[in-house]
Design a protein around this ligand. Structure first.
Ligand code: ZN
Length: 130
C-alpha cells in the first residue's frame, strides 16, 4: 500500500470546510494527479438545486486548471464533527469520474484507522466494458 499520510491529512482538513446544513454530513476528497499535484474538495450543499459532492469539486478544480491525468482520490466523510465512516463516491460521482480516468484509477476511503482501496472498474464495472 502506498503512503497516503499527506492525502489523508489534507482530506481531513478540507472536510472541515464542507457546507452541509441539510445533511450534516461532511466529506473531504483529495485528488492526486499523475504529476504529483493534489486537488482538494469538500461537499457543498444547496437548498433547491443539486448539491455538489467533494469528489466532483476536486475534479472540477483540477480540470479547470488544465489537469487531465489522474492517479487516485482519497475520500474521508462522516457526520459533522464525528469520526469518519466508510464513504465511497455516489453513483453520480462514479459516472462523472469515469469520463476522466481509466479503469485502474484508485479510490480510497479512510475510516476507523482503515484504508480501503478500490479501482474505478470495481466501482463502475459497466463503464469499462466494450
Ligand atoms: Zn457524489
Amino acid at each position: 500500500m502506498i503512503d497516503l499520510t499527506d492525502d489523508i491529512r489534507l482530506a481531513n482538513n478540507v472536510r472541515k470546510k464542507a457546507y452541509s446544513p441539510q445533511s450534516g454530513f461532511t466529506v473531504g476528497a483529495v485528488l492526486m494527479a499523475k504529476n504529483g499535484k493534489r486537488y482538494t474538495g469538500c461537499n457543498i450543499e444547496n437548498q433547491g438545486i443539486q448539491s455538489i459532492c467533494a469528489e466532483r469539486v476536486a475534479f472540477c478544480k483540477a480540470i479547470s486548471e488544465g489537469e487531465f491525468d489522474f492517479e487516485r482520490i482519497v475520500v474521508v466523510g462522516g457526520k459533522k464533527d464525528k469520526e469518519a465512516e466508510k464513504c465511497l463516491p455516489c453513483g453520480y460521482c462514479r459516472q462523472f469520474m469515469s469520463e476522466f480516468v481509466d479503469k485502474d484509477f484508485k479510490i480510497y476511503t479512510v475510516y476507523e484507522n482503515k484504508v480501503e482501496e478500490y479501482t474505478m472498474e470495481e466501482l463502475l464495472p459497466y463503464a469499462f466494458q466494450i
